[in-house]
Design a protein around this ligand. Structure first.
Ligand code: GCU
Length: 138
């Protein structure tokens, strides 16, 4: 069934800015992480019931170097140093899916840059059922 999208530009941003200086994003822009370790974007998401879910992150990385990030749920890192490898350029977006466990109701999903390069540009996350193959809607 359909995933629920949460735009990065609407999330809580620590050490990053909302930008729209590249093409192909959804919503009104994307988050440009400050090039520093520890910069993060935190989404507040809603789960109808406790249990497994998939988080698909839509990102761009127009450099040659990986931009790994820790993914935490409600304050606990559940996926350390998830790889966000290079995309063809900053206008080219790719998806990375991480399976998580949520509690019923409100949950905080935070993605934090683990290197001095900061994170990739982050367009949105999509919350779906576990291991969904989530084709981008555009
Ligand atoms: C460039 C690019 C930004 C990107 C930044 C980076 O400045 O235009 O969108 O965020 O590189 O290296 O993080």
């Amino acid at each position: 069934h359909a995933a629920t999208d949460y735009q990065a530009e609407d999330a809580r941003i620590s050490q990053g800015t909302v930008a729209a200086n590249h093409t192909g994003y959804t919503g009104s822009g994307f988050v440009d992480y400050t090039n520093i370790q520890g910069s993060y974007v935190e989404f507040t998401v809603s789960a109808a019931a406790a249990g497994p879910a998939s988080v698909t992150l839509r990102y761009a990385n127009g450099t040659a170097a990986d931009r790994p990030m820790d993914l935490s749920v409600n304050g606990t890192v559940v996926a350390p140093a998830v790889s966000f490898p290079a995309t063809a350029d900053w206008n080219t977006w790719a998806s990375k899916t991480v399976d998580v466990t949520l509690k019923a109701g409100s949950n905080k999903i935070r993605v934090t840059a683990t290197t001095a390069n900061g994170g990739p540009n982050l367009d949105r996350i999509s919350l779906g059922t576990p291991s969904d193959t989530q084709a981008p809607t555009r």
